[in-house]
Design a protein around this ligand. Structure first.
Ligand code: AMP
Ligand code: ZN
Length: 475
């Protein structure tokens, strides 16, 4: 492996050469979505950049095993163990059961990922699948003296650790800000930083999902699931753990505390954190402002791949401000780029200039290995398109780079053209049918008119009789 990947490690606060535990193999874990609502495009920025990391590692020759959890239990509306359960909140909002909500939004999450060309991790495990494992880990933490029971809940005792804030420089004051929504301080805790491993005494008596445990009927805290699910699939040593910056504290800090207390040794060497997508008002969230989702972008006519390009244009370690103007610029850049690549003659393998191919591939790899410099990697794409070399070389490079960029560089233009032809043909057909139906109605042949409506419905088209005439829309 010639090119070495360097990455910023939150644990050491510097850009470091990435060296996995086992040569050539990477054990990677990603905190998955809390499936109580659609993911907003801020959440998806994190997943796009984590996808870029995984694909860069693969591009550089590593074999990667990536695991992701689905949080379908235990995530309270404040990260600090307080507030209402997010899943329950979603279920109440939509008058559905928690499991129905979880299924619906898990599926929606993967549809969004598909639209954004985000690869599904090798293992995806919902938290509710692993309750027995959580209980075993908590029991072991109790035996080792790292956990205690108080007021019906099981807490992790952070005072038993030599160091708790390994990931962040939190001071007591900062911590107070971090848990500000902790309106009523939990009296059961021995130390302010202790956190819940298992709840049996919920403030919310109507908690829907509960399981038997040695401490009574209850449900797990949020942090335990990621420690447990990652160890279940990746073993005791992990190479790289990912998430958005808001996960650094308390979630990842607590994951490290309980995992290393349980294992008795260092657990994960590299911590990768993606900075936030903001809008003008600040951090994007599901509760304030316009709730920006991939479906919303699509309904406004944006190709989701344009949002992927928008994210790749910026470094993952810088906050990114979203605006529709900025997205329009990315859209124009995307259209031009795929059109330019779409006009290349693919040629044959022996028309590829191997020397130039290797030189550009090396530059592209170097940009990514430099702490995932995705905007530099995009510059390499533009540079190679300007270079004096055969179309076949350019095409081969675009295809190769797309293994990481996943923008459908070589296929998007042709696909779009084909879709436009289909759309134009369909529209002609619909207009003909509307005319035929109008004539049938005039002749009072209502059976025929209904038949035409049914034929259109079969092709996913709904007709509406309005005062302005007949209109159509997709079902
Ligand atoms: P959640 O579904 O709330 O558990 O969040 C899913 C992922 O999105 C986590 O990795 C968060 O750290 C990340 N995240 C949350 N808000 C943002 C944001 N505004 N920009 C980027 N990532 C975010
Ligand atoms: Zn997690």
């Amino acid at each position: 492996m010639e090119n070495k990947v360097s990455i910023y490690n939150t644990l050491t606060r510097k850009v470091e050469q990435f060296i996995p535990n086992e040569e050539g193999k990477v054990a990677m874990y990603t905190c998955g979505p809390t499936v109580y609502h659609f993911a907003h495009i801020g959440n998806l920025r994190s997943y796009i950049m984590e996808d870029l990391l995984e694909k860069t590692l693969r591009y550089m020759g590593y074999s990667v095993k990536r695991v992701m959890n689905i949080t379908d239990v235990g995530h309270l509306s404040s990260d600090a163990d307080t507030g209402e359960d997010k899943m329950l909140k979603g279920a109440k909002r939509e008058h559905k059961s928690v499991m129905e909500i979880a299924k619906y939004y898990t599926d929606a999450f993967f549809v969004d990922c598909g639209d954004l060309n985000i690869k599904t991790p090798d293992v995806v495990e919902p938290a509710t699948n692993c309750i027995a494992e959580f209980i075993r880990m908590i029991e072991s933490l109790m035996e080792k003296g790292f956990a205690y029971e108080s007021g019906g809940n099981i807490y992790f005792d952070t005072s038993k650790l030599r160091e708790y804030y390994v990931l962040s420089n939190h001071s007591e004051e900062e911590l107070l800000v971090g848990v500000r929504d902790d309106v009523d301080e939990d009296e059961n805790k021995r130390n302010k930083t202790d956190f819940v491993l298992w709840f049996t005494k919920s403030k919310f008596e109507d908690q829907e999902l509960k399981w038997e445990s040695p401490w009574g009927l209850g449900y797990p805290g949020w942090h335990i699931e990621c420690s447990c699910i990652s160890m279940k699939h990746l073993g005791e040593y992990m190479d790289i753990h990912c998430g958005g910056v808001d996960n650094i504290f308390p979630h990842h800090t607590n994951e490290i505390a309980q995992s290393e207390a349980y294992l008795g040794h260092k657990w994960c060497n590299y911590w990768f954190h993606v900075h936030h997508l903001n809008d003008k008002a600040g951090k994007m969230s599901k509760s304030k402002g316009e709730f920006l989702t991939v479906s919303l972008l699509k309904s406004k006519g944006y190709d989701p791949r344009v949002y992927r390009l928008f994210c790749l244009q910026s470094h993952y370690r810088k906050p990114l401000e979203f605006s529709f103007d900025a997205l329009d610029n990315a859209g124009a850049a995307y259209d031009k780029l795929v059109k330019r690549i779409g006009s290349l003659e693919r040629g044959t393998a022996d028309e590829v200039d191997q020397e130039k191919f290797a030189a550009y591939k090396a530059r592209f790899g170097e940009a990514l290995c430099d702490d995932l410099n995705s905007s530099m990697a995009l510059t390499v794409v533009y540079d190679m398109l300007k270079e004096d070399m055969t179309d076949a070389t350019k095409y081969a490079l675009a295809e190769d780079f797309d293994r990481v960029l996943s923008l459908d560089l070589t296929t998007a233009y042709a696909d779009r053209e084909a879709k436009e032809t289909v759309d134009a043909d369909l529209e002609r057909y619909i207009l003909e049918k509307i005319q035929e139906r109008k004539a049938a109605k005039k002749e009072k042949n209502f059976a025929k008119a209904d038949e035409i409506r049914a034929q259109l419905l079969e092709r996913g088209i709904i007709l509406e009789d309005t005062r302005e005439g007949v209109k159509w829309k997709r079902a």
